[in-house]
Ligand binder design. Structure first.
Ligand code: FAD
Ligand code: DLZ
Ligand code: SF4
Length: 512
């Protein structure tokens, strides 16, 4: 009985559940580059080139293993433009008795595939995606009955369950979390290590040309493309990170510096999300570096927490809460996204630098995403749909299951406190403490009001005032609200006016 096996663009793993039991004599793997996936958001050109190149390379890898692959290119004549259309086309010749696929990562496409399965007229088996460390069932069991879902407690369960960084029943070193040691500002004389970027291979170069030809009006530049498009390249990137960079990952995890896009970060989210690297394997390899005495615990624990903790946690939250999560707007944010998020044309040195690396590299590191562009959108009150759309469009690692809880949840607090316990709202003082941006900025980070003052400062108190009825009872905001209350009514009213003027100045006007 011949089976058609679907492999999606972010399912490029050798041990994908859809491939289990594959009979190379009669089965076929379907892989299809389609317009619907390339344009449901206007992905950064580097993301499109990355996905197409990685798909093409993976198809070659499967073929070399003796697997028959039906590969549809984006510009093939007859391409229907959708995954379900390509499934239907492949089934058209009646050669298959069943379809097998691995559940897809995004609710949107999962719905299309479920509808397709309903009407397919032959058995369609949708298998679990076992590349995650925690299954949907496991996460639901953990979440069940809890009034609050906190990453830190989920992470501890994952540590216990996997045995990673455990010393018997106790966390290695006696503590679960070493973040207190991981908040250093980049000081003079410390420079980030040179980073290994992967020159595009022949397949990637061809994909880049296709993207420029077909999607040339999408955001971003292809010039700096340096992403791994094969499992071997991803392995090279990871090995370089583990030996050269991981030992200092913790120290500088939250630091930012102008024209330093990579700092000490792993640059591996693209590969993990595509399936070129396995997340549990990455965690175990990082642990081995610590056990061999080649990296300190604060660095390795901090790194592992991002994957074993945050990555698994946000995926769990997404699938627990979709589709209603997609419409959440707890703070009733209603403003437009300022145009400089696309153009980078702003005098705010921090924002200009983050938009520049985003455009040039389809990358910005976590603190840039959270505390610069995310924080500004939060303070401005930009509608979460517009902010989600931006994050989905601009990063090479963007998939809704990971992007949305980070953006709508962590950065915007639009979920009302599911992902994080308080909004990450901060004035310019935070950015000044963690970066060198403010020195060269036209705005004054010490100044609180007026046209020359740092916009983050002008917006901060007005944000708290505007959302007083929603946030005043949040215990983690007790201190700033106490300070705000101490200002007295007249000053509070003036701060609200100041913030409103700044929102208008920056182009965060009401959505039409
Ligand atoms: P490192 O800093 O080296 O971290 C190592 C790995 O940990 C990453 O590769 C990633 O797999 C994982 N990780 C770290 N932080 C997170 C997190 N908060 N959530 C999930 N996994 C995490 N990550 C994405 O993969 N796709 C997204 O679309 C995405 N959108 C984001 C949007 C916002 C507003 C914020 C604040 C964060 C977002 N993140 C997203 C998380 C994080 O910024 C990226 O995973 C990270 O910057 C990737 O770079 P890296 O590989 O160098 O990570
Ligand atoms: C992201 C993406 C893009 C840009 N293109 C394709 C494609 O042409 N074909 C495909 O199978 N997958 C693509 N993907 C990945 C899918 O969008 C992804 O599988 C879903 O969003 C689920 O995570
Ligand atoms: Fe950013 Fe304000 Fe510092 Fe300028 S002064 S770089 S706007 S934080």
């Amino acid at each position: 009985m011949a089976v058609l096996r679907l492999v999606l663009g972010d399912q490029l793993s050798d041990d994908l559940s859809a491939l289990e039991g594959l009979d190379p004599d009669i089965d076929t793997v379907l892989m299809a580059e389609v317009r619907d996936e390339a344009t449901y958001v206007r992905h950064h050109k580097q993301k499109l080139a990355l996905v197409f190149a990685a798909m093409r390379n993976h198809a070659e890898r499967l073929t070399a293993r003796g697997v028959r692959v039906r590969y549809v290119r984006i510009d093939d004549a007859g391409n229907t433009g959708s995954i379900t259309g390509e499934l239907a086309r492949a089934l058209g010749d009646g050669a298959y008795a069943a379809v097998v696929l691995t559940e897809c990562g995004e609710w949107r496409l999962a719905e299309h595939l479920a509808a397709f399965a309903e009407g397919a007229g032959l058995p369609v088996e949708i298998r679990e995606d076992r590349r995650f460390i925690s299954s949907h069932d496991r996460f639901r069991r953990w979440a069940s009955g809890k009034s609050q879902l906190r990453m830190e407690f989920f992470y501890r369960e994952m540590r216990r369950e996997t045995g990673i960084l455990m010393d018997g029943a106790q966390p290695e070193g006696g503590r679960w979390n070493y973040d207190a040691e991981n908040r250093k500002k980049l000081t003079n004389g410390v420079t980030p290590p040179g980073r290994l970027r992967i020159p595009p291979n022949a397949v990637a170069r061809e994909a880049m040309a296709d993207v420029e030809r077909l999607f040339g009006d999408h955001f971003g530049s292809l010039d700096g493309f340096g992403w791994s498009t094969t499992a071997d390249e991803a392995e090279t990137t990871l090995a370089h990170f583990l030996t050269e960079v991981l030992p200092s990952f913790g120290d500088w995890q939250d630091a930012m510096a102008e024209n330093q896009p990579w700092m000490w970060h792993g640059l591996i989210s693209t590969s993990i999300n595509l399936g070129l690297l396995d997340p549990l394997d990455v965690c175990r390899r990082a642990e081995a570096v610590y056990r061999a005495g080649r990296a300190p615990l604060n660095a390795v624990e901090g790194f592992i927490r991002q994957i074993l903790g945050w990555r698994e946690f946000v995926r769990g939250i997404y699938w627990l809460k979709v589709p209603e999560y997609r419409a959440r707007n707890f703070l009733d944010a209603d403003r437009k996204l300022p145009w400089f998020y696309w153009s980078g044309e702003t005098d705010m040195a921090c924002v200009a630098d983050v938009v520049k690396t985003t455009r040039d590299n389809a990358y910005a590191h976590h603190i840039q995403r959270l505390m610069v562009t995310g924080n500004l959108a939060l303070l401005l009150g930009v509608h979460p749909d517009a902010v989600d759309d931006w994050y989905m469009c601009v990063y090479a690692d963007a998939y809704e299951w990971v992007e949305m809880p980070n953006t709508r949840g962590m950065a915007l607090f639009a979920d009302g406190g599911i992902v994080g316990s308080k909004p990450y709202a901060a004035s310019g003082a935070y950015i000044d403490r963690m970066s060198d941006y403010c020195g060269a900025c036209r705005y004054d980070v010490k100044s609180k009001s007026g046209d020359a003052a740092c916009p983050f400062n002008r917006l901060y108190w007005g944000f708290l005032e505007r959302n007083r009825h929603r946030l005043r009872d949040n215990v983690r905001l007790a201190m700033p609200y106490k300070t705000l209350d101490g200002f007295g009514e007249a000053k509070r009213a003036a701060l609200a006016v100041e913030a409103e003027a700044c929102r208008t100045l920056l182009g965060a006007t009401p959505v039409d």
